[in-house]
Design a binder for this molecule. Structure first.
Ligand code: S3P
Length: 167
């Protein structure tokens, strides 16, 4: 059964907010990948990057996605880098549908500019950097996705309903 729903997309695309809205609508279990990883490691994402390195974090992401193959009916809010590994996309495909939440760089910047929880954006909170990283990642998001939903100018409830209509 492929009935998990994986929300992918750039940092600040609204994956967590939309995941909560989806949960309100359809009462599926919610899995926040970053939160799960932080809880298992007893460290924040920034601490994991600083003390163990990015590769270590990426392996934890892959392990969690493999674990999701034993679960059903979950909404999974993925970290923004998840679709950069082909094996992660394969694991998601085996257990669910992949929904790409797309957002313009300016929208992302407005959503993330005051937060300091994302090591990849620390000291690089500007639209040019976000645009460049997004350009690099977007082909992978698009290739991974079963469906794509534009999020600019829409509320989480609207996006949640659009997802349920499309999946
Ligand atoms: C990352 C996105 C973050 C978090 C980590 C790396 C990325 O999650 O997993 O900082 O590589 O895009 P969000 O997309 O929830 O911000």
């Amino acid at each position: 059964m492929r009935n998990n729903i994986f929300l992918i997309g750039f940092m600040g695309a609204g994956k967590s907010t939309v995941a909560h809205a989806l949960q309100e609508i359809c009462h599926m279990e919610l899995v926040e990948m970053d939160e799960r990883i932080e809880a298992c490691e007893h460290m924040t994402i920034q601490e994991i990057f600083a003390k163990k390195g990015e590769d270590y974090f990426r392996t934890l992401e892959t392990q969690l996605l493999l674990d999701m193959e034993r679960k059903q009916g979950c909404i999974v809010s993925c970290g923004g880098g998840v679709p950069m590994r082909a094996c992660n996309i394969e694991a998601m495909r085996r257990s669910g549908r992949i929904v790409y939440l797309s957002a313009r760089p300016q929208t992302v910047l407005e959503r993330v500019r005051d937060s300091h929880t994302r090591p990849l954006l620390e000291g690089k909170m500007n639209v040019e950097y976000i645009e460049a990283l997004m350009r690099e990642r977007r082909p992978k998001y698009l290739a991974a996705a079963d469906i794509t939903v534009e999020t600019d100018g829409k509320c989480a409830q609207e996006i949640g309903e659009e997802i349920l209509q499309k999946v």
